[in-house]
Design a protein around this ligand. Structure first.
Ligand code: BGC
Length: 442
């Protein structure tokens, strides 16, 4: 019997973010953005989402029954500090309750401090366009760590520091909906500096904490490897989307030239105790002069037939393996802080899970220190500009009734988490067509 066994202390988890699941977050820039028709594809809004402010524990029960021993969630700045300098004891108490509930169920929490949303009062002051956001973020982080630190040892400062500026300031599909690439780089610089400051602040309060960033890495390959223009486009986009953050965190340099200033930020160098990798897919790109906001890249639709919108990218587990092998050079633990599939019918999610975990297993077998995997997501939730029209959950949510139903992929993930392994029998039942890909070399 072929089996891919994972280390005994591996963290098997799922990930969520406050605004996408809690409901009732009316005091941040996303809520304001949702009120304008056209911003959210299906015209929906984030309240009540999955109603976690009232019923998170019910889903934590499901996570435990599904064999998970970790969960990555975020806390909402606009709840904790609803007005500048005013702290909500009620919000902090509720987060303490949630974290305690996780711990009681044997689920290790990883807490993200910033997952896309910003308090309205911060936005009114210019938000991340201004350096003044940095000390304000640090003050909030210090408060959270003082209040919750006894329940949390894994912190993630910022979720996807490239996605906030590129989606909000270059492509313009996220708030504040600007299209100004230079400004996007300014925002990226401020977010990275805020991360560094928060990293050191957390360690001052909680020296043993493990602190990192969840960096979204999207694989970029030239559509035609023989075309110098496609090769240039892929490598430029790889540099902008993937490497800038990597160089910032490892070398302490913001290499923004020619779209911003190259700047040395010594506090950034080495400011991560683990590497947090969000990986979803890859793009095969062609050079396209008409796409400056996309760094002169146009992604081709995925070659093989996949039941995903063409723009979502190509499912490509090999690129996850490739990133893991590259990141091993930093010698730090790696967590897959997100990996998941846009699949409204749960048709191919089981195969996606199996092939991506097999890629993780291959990397571990070759010595890459991957310590945990957080599938995005535990439950279907408010998928930003796509509203409820894009489902990523292992658990189906009926947003009319809040009824939950574990999907087939959720059953599979339960089996994997409980066994700490992928077995031949699971593959036979869930994705026999991917047998060779999953057990390659065995
Ligand atoms: C984000 C999540 C989002 C997921 C699926 C990630 O980039 O961190 O908030 O729901 O992708 O699109």
């Amino acid at each position: 019997m072929k089996t891919l066994s994972f280390p005994h202390d591996f963290l098997w988890g799922t990930a969520t973010s406050a605004h996408q699941v809690e409901g009732g977050n009316h005091n941040n820039d996303w809520w304001a953005w949702e009120q304008t028709p056209g911003h959210i594809k299906d015209g929906s809004c984030s309240d009540p989402a999955c109603d976690w402010w009232n019923r998170a524990e019910e889903d934590f029960d499901r996570a435990r029954q599904m064999g998970q021993n970790a969960h990555r969630l975020s806390v909402e700045w606009s709840r904790i500090e609803p007005r500048e300098g005013h702290w909500s004891g009620e919000a902090i108490a509720r987060y303490r309750q949630m974290l305690t509930a996780l711990r009681e169920r044997g689920i290790e929490p990883m807490v993200t401090l910033h997952h896309f949303t910003n308090p309205l009062w911060l936005v009114e002051k210019g938000g991340w366009e201004r350096e003044e956001a940095i000390p304000l973020f640090v003050r909030y982080v210090e408060r959270v760590v003082q209040e919750l630190g006894d329940l949390v040892s894994l912190w993630c400062t910022i979720n996807e520091p490239t996605v906030v500026p590129f989606m909000g300031y270059s492509i313009g599909d996220f708030p504040p909906g600007k299209r100004d690439t230079r400004l996007a780089f300014k925002v990226l610089g401020n977010l990275l500096k805020a991360h560094a400051a928060a990293y050191h602040a957390i360690h001052r309060i909680q020296p043993q904490a493990q602190v990192g960033v969840a960096h979204n890495m999207r694989a970029m390959d030239p559509a035609n490897p023989r075309s110098p223009l496609d090769r240039w486009a892929a490598s430029f986009r790889d540099r902008m989307g993937n490497r800038l953050v990597e160089w910032a965190l490892t070398e302490g340099v913001l290499r923004f030239f020619p779209l911003g200033r190259t700047e040395r930020v010594p506090e950034l160098a080495g400011s991560f105790d683990y590497w947090g990798l969000n990986y979803y897919n890859r793009d095969r790109v062609v050079f396209d002069i008409s796409q400056p906001g996309q760094f002169f890249c146009r992604a081709l639709p995925a070659e093989h037939s996949q039941p995903v919108p063409w723009w979502w990218g190509e499912i490509h587990p090999q690129s996850l393996y490739r990133f893991l092998k590259e990141l091993a050079r930093y010698g730090k633990p790696i967590y897959i802080t997100e990996n998941g599939a846009l699949d409204n019918t749960d048709e191919y999610r089981p195969r996606y899970i199996l092939t991506h975990l097999a890629a993780v297993h291959r990397a571990i077998a070759e010595g890459v220190p991957v310590k945990g995997y957080f599938h995005w997501s535990l439950v279907d939730n408010f998928e930003w500009a796509d509203g409820y029209s894009a489902r990523f959950g292992l658990i189906h949510v009926d947003f009319e009734t809040q009824k939950r139903t574990i999907k087939r992929s959720g059953e599979l993930y339960r089996e994997i988490c409980l066994a700490g392994a992928i077995t031949e029998d699971m593959v036979e039942r869930y994705a026999p067509e991917a047998r060779d890909e999953i057990f390659q070399g065995l």
